[in-house]
Design a protein around this ligand. Sequence first.
Ligand SMILES: *[C@@H]1O[C@H](CO)[C@@H](O)[C@H](O)[C@H]1NC(C)=O
Ligand SMILES: *[C@@H]1O[C@H](CO)[C@@H](O)[C@H](O)[C@H]1NC(C)=O
Ligand SMILES: *[C@@H]1O[C@H](CO)[C@@H](O)[C@H](O)[C@H]1NC(C)=O
Ligand SMILES: *[C@@H]1O[C@H](CO)[C@@H](O)[C@H](O)[C@H]1NC(C)=O
Ligand SMILES: *[C@@H]1O[C@H](CO)[C@@H](O)[C@H](O)[C@H]1NC(C)=O
Ligand SMILES: *[C@@H]1O[C@H](CO)[C@@H](O)[C@H](O)[C@H]1NC(C)=O
Ligand SMILES: *[C@@H]1O[C@H](CO)[C@@H](O)[C@H](O)[C@H]1NC(C)=O
Ligand SMILES: *[C@@H]1O[C@H](CO)[C@@H](O)[C@H](O)[C@H]1NC(C)=O
Ligand SMILES: *[C@@H]1O[C@H](CO)[C@@H](O)[C@H](O)[C@H]1NC(C)=O
Ligand SMILES: *[C@@H]1O[C@H](CO)[C@@H](O)[C@H](O)[C@H]1NC(C)=O
Ligand SMILES: *[C@@H]1O[C@H](CO)[C@@H](O)[C@H](O)[C@H]1NC(C)=O
Ligand SMILES: *[C@@H]1O[C@H](CO)[C@@H](O)[C@H](O)[C@H]1NC(C)=O
Length: 712
Amino acid sequence: MEASASSSLLLVNLVLLMIAVGPPLSAAAAAVSDVRPPPETSNLTCHPTDLLALNGFRNCIELTIGNWGAPDSGCCSWSGVTCGYPGGGDGVQVRVLGLDLSGRRLKGRLCDPLAYLDRLVLLNLSGNQLGGALLPRIFRMQSLEVLDLSRNQFSGYFPVVTDMPAIRVLDVSYNLLVGQVTMTICNSSSKLVSLNMAGNAFHGEFPPNIGNCGSLQNLSLQENYLSGYLPESLFMLRNLRYLLLRGNSISGTLSNGVGNLSSLVELDISRNFFWGELPDCFASTPKLEHFFAGSNRFSGSLPYSLENSRSIKMLVLNNNTFEGGVNINCSAMPHLAVLNLGSNSLKGEIPGNLSSCRKLQSLNLSRNNISGTIPLGFRQLQELSALFLSTTRVHDLHSALQTLQHCKSLSVMILSLSFRNEQMPGEGSFLFQNLSAFAIGNSQLTGTLPVWLSGSRNLRLLDLSWNRLNGDIPQWIGDFKLIFYLALANNSFSGDIPEGLTRLPSFIDHKVSSLGPVSSIPLLLGNGNGRFLQYNQYWNLPTTLELSYNKLVGPIWPSFGNLKSLQDLFLEHNHLSGELPDSLGGMTSLEKLRLSHNELSGKIPISLSRLTFLSALDLSYNKLSGMIPTGGQFSTFRDSCFEGNDGLWGEPLLKPCRVPLKTHSPSEDHDPQTKSSDEDFMILATMAVAGGAYGFIVTVGYCFASGWATKT
Ligand SMILES: *[C@@H]1O[C@H](CO)[C@@H](O)[C@H](O)[C@H]1NC(C)=O
Ligand SMILES: *[C@@H]1O[C@H](CO)[C@@H](O)[C@H](O)[C@H]1NC(C)=O
Ligand SMILES: *[C@@H]1O[C@H](CO)[C@@H](O)[C@H](O)[C@H]1NC(C)=O
Ligand SMILES: *[C@@H]1O[C@H](CO)[C@@H](O)[C@H](O)[C@H]1NC(C)=O
Ligand SMILES: *[C@@H]1O[C@H](CO)[C@@H](O)[C@H](O)[C@H]1NC(C)=O
Ligand SMILES: *[C@@H]1O[C@H](CO)[C@@H](O)[C@H](O)[C@H]1NC(C)=O
Ligand SMILES: *[C@@H]1O[C@H](CO)[C@@H](O)[C@H](O)[C@H]1NC(C)=O
Ligand SMILES: *[C@@H]1O[C@H](CO)[C@@H](O)[C@H](O)[C@H]1NC(C)=O
Ligand SMILES: *[C@@H]1O[C@H](CO)[C@@H](O)[C@H](O)[C@H]1NC(C)=O
Ligand SMILES: *[C@@H]1O[C@H](CO)[C@@H](O)[C@H](O)[C@H]1NC(C)=O
Ligand SMILES: *[C@@H]1O[C@H](CO)[C@@H](O)[C@H](O)[C@H]1NC(C)=O
Ligand SMILES: *[C@@H]1O[C@H](CO)[C@@H](O)[C@H](O)[C@H]1NC(C)=O
């Protein structure tokens, strides 16, 4: 049991590893090890009461459970059942002490016989498809220490618990429970250490009698509909280590009482309606490592005790209205790894002091009235892997690059809508070896596509759109082995489309870019506390080549047909000429193709009608002729997709040029509002800390910080 519990925490730890939460502490394992271990579990005889109970429970479950009911075996060898001698003086008979049927896809309901297991210490039914009401009898089991019913479909109210003296860990998270949260459970139990009711539909005020739960270390009520203020009694819980309340509708100011929670390790109140200034009480929370308060309505300046906290590793206060300067005192904050102050009203220069935060891995100052240049001292930030500085008044790109190239871990650099009207530094031999995502869009940069970028061999995403860059698109752009998102739209690039672009491995075979980091992301999504669940839609940004609104000439190479994994190809508003190669029918993943406003001639190849994923096509305003193909997706395109081609004919249909795609894609409308909440960014930052998941970082970073995102 110990082994399985800790391996299941491994996923969480993948994320938290770098921020050193410490070894996973399995309450369940701890609870059971309090009991004398059985001499030899497999041949213990089953107590008749327990056998009756288990058989009764078995009848309420729709499927057979493992080897249950095998006639020649006592229940102690049934899978998921643990027998032993109950603790306390009278432990002479072997009884069922543990029942762990987690993650077995069980369907059915809880039923009374289960509660006849009157010596049960641990009941874990997490991660099944059990439904119906929570059985009140279970909440009267006298020996039960650990009860985990999370991740099922239990519905209705949470029972009024008055007689559960042994309970230490109670988890009903991610079910369909409703009603108010009443905290009577602590009247009868003084041992409750962990209470998790996250991810349900509880509403009403925060339970006022929480103060009874003096032993509580973990309290999670996140992702519910709680409202009202936090009761002062909450701040009497001096043992509280994790207080997770994100995603509710709690309002009011944050009380100074937080300072009484001297054991706090993590405080997450993001996405609520808190307002006012943060209390200056963080000197009294010497263990606080993670403070998340993004997307509230906090204002005023950051409190001194927060800017000088010895323990903080992650500080995420984005999307509030904090004002004043950034006075983070890095000499006092040796552990700071993630600082996200994006979308506030902070002003002043980027503080040079940040250079002393040697552990800093992710810094977000985007969307603030921050000015000045990147401090020279930033070259010392050897762990910095993600820098978000879009929509600021920061300037001097040349010196910024000169400084930042010394940050050897730098992987994500999002600078769009800053450094405006400058020259893209072309000379100089900057080297960003570990750069994976680089976006500086919508900054009106002049100059050419800089040759130093060719040294960034790991680049997966490059967005330089909406600038005034000119010259050719160099051939070396075909050497980026991993690039899957290339946006150079709305510049003044001229010359041919480099043929090398049709040899980019990740446009040919999606596995290239999704190997490694990206493929590890789904693991992060399943970590069990729901925190990452909502982000899965971003990590598979479509493979994209976007060269629209430039001055490109020449043909569309037949070798484009090799790009079997390219999903979006945007070449509209150039001066491309020649015929559409028949080979384009080989782009079997293509979903969107925009070629309008060019000088393309000849026929529309029939092969295009075989592109079964093609949902958006625009061939208008070219010199195409002949018949519009009729089969396949072509029956869904409206005639405006073809207009402005004098020689084209076919059956016009009244269908939209673009068929909205449900399954896809953040880049479709370039509208940041519909795509995200600021929490995404926080998680992103988390991943930056965990390292490795760069594909994901890339993706989200792009969506919200690039020129495109801010175009509307
Ligand atoms: C409290 O939560 C933390 C972090 O999620 C976890 O590591 C720890 O095991 C939990 N403690 C208990 C007693 O459940
Ligand atoms: C219940 O089982 C699941 C899956 O094995 C595990 O993740 C969880 O930690 C267990 N619950 C407790 C309280 O030990
Ligand atoms: C259980 O089986 C082992 C051998 O496998 C034996 O030594 C032991 O005595 C048995 N215990 C009981 C209670 O039957
Ligand atoms: C629980 O205790 C509080 C005071 O500690 C009391 O007001 C409340 O009535 C009790 N609730 C129950 C159900 O016993
Ligand atoms: C915090 O602790 C102090 C001293 O122990 C106490 O007077 C105060 O009432 C507590 N505040 C809250 C909100 O519990
Ligand atoms: C900046 O860092 C120095 C040490 O390098 C420290 O003495 C000073 O107090 C810091 N200033 C601020 C405003 O944090
Ligand atoms: C910054 O922190 C250092 C070390 O804790 C301290 O000596 C210094 O006074 C602080 N600076 C300011 C401006 O508070
Ligand atoms: C940003 O700061 C400058 C001076 O530091 C000020 O002139 C300007 O009005 C500020 N802009 C906003 C939007 O607050
Ligand atoms: C650069 O990235 C590689 C893997 O992509 C990694 O092994 C290496 O440690 C990184 N270098 C630095 C200085 O972070
Ligand atoms: C191109 O970018 C400029 C800003 O640089 C913007 O004003 C213009 O609308 C953009 N044009 C298109 C077609 O996107
Ligand atoms: C920012 O916070 C406000 C509430 O203050 C919220 O409505 C909005 O959705 C948040 N924005 C993002 C992008 O999360
Ligand atoms: C940084 O902050 C900006 C503004 O709030 C946001 O758009 C961006 O997504 C953030 N990035 C990360 C990684 O948090």
